[in-house]
Write a protein that binds this ligand. Sequence first.
Ligand SMILES: Nc1ncnc2c1ncn2[C@@H]1O[C@H](COP(=O)(O)OP(=O)(O)OP(=O)(O)O)[C@@H](O)[C@H]1O
Length: 310
Amino acid sequence: MSTQTIEVDGLRQRYGDFEAVRGIGFSVGAGRLFALLGTNGAGKTTTMEVLEGFRPAASGSVRLLDADPYRDRRALRPRVGIMLQESGLIGDLTVAETVGLWRDLHADPLPADEALKKVDLTDRSGIAVRQLSGGQKRRLDLALAIVGRPEVLFLDEPTTGMDPEARIGTWRLIQELVAGGTTVLLTTHYLEEAERLADRIAIMHRGEIRVAGTVPEVVSGHGDRIAFRVPAHTPIDALPLLDGRPAEIAVTDGLPTARWTVSGGDPDGRAHRAVAALVAWAAERGVTLDRLSVRPASLEDVFLSIVESR
Ligand SMILES: Nc1ncnc2c1ncn2[C@@H]1O[C@H](COP(=O)(O)OP(=O)(O)OP(=O)(O)O)[C@@H](O)[C@H]1O
């Protein structure tokens, strides 16, 4: 018996000649949230669809709650909640009728008013689904995914189209569900969402997992970032090399900013030495280091370096 609620090992998936998922593996323990991040078309939804039992794994092994998600999909269905990227809601039904329909599919569903309250749609219960805004439809999708009290929840870009308040409310609800023991697999394009919610993440690109781990594990080893505004009339080629590298110049708010990536992490002192060299360079020339900043690599830096790598 597996100790993991979700286990994926060597999964490959093709559409005709195109290999959308190229031998990926990860596992998610009970009551944990795992986030799949990645570029458009990276293979996140395809991976989720295999776990949801919509199609068999072409090769590799996939286990959900110690069962085969495709072969055992009937038995698994009551234990799993699914929020697809695109919902198939019936526009003519009211919100309350829709929740009622979904409740009928489950043995011990949440009360309808409780499900709607959790997603802040109580005051919309009497209106037709077609009259909901995009963000409200996403919230209804989420209510339907959780109404059966699932042990495992698949959330494919759950907060896309939500306003910031709804997004924060949704994050809170997801955190409550995880605290209550629900296992969640989430895909998202919002790095902040993954940072806030996930125990572990994986970044996918072109069908492969390029990096995985906790957020601190993923960003560690990606170096520190040093930046400052370049004063007017400073020739760019007069900027020093730091850690052996020239500056990259980016224009922020119409003003050029010099940026360096310093390899290694803080403990080996490279960033410290680079800043000391920069300050000495500026002192010699009487240059003010406007908005000088030193910070560790962010998840966004790691994401961009993966996307730009190939
Ligand atoms: N039914 C299909 N037939 C052919 N190709 C498909 C099909 N579904 C997906 N693909 C292709 O497989 C690749 C992976 O798609 P997938 O939807 O899994 O990516 P994703 O990571 O979820 O992307 P996004 O972030 O844009 O939602 C894409 O190149 C997509 O065009």
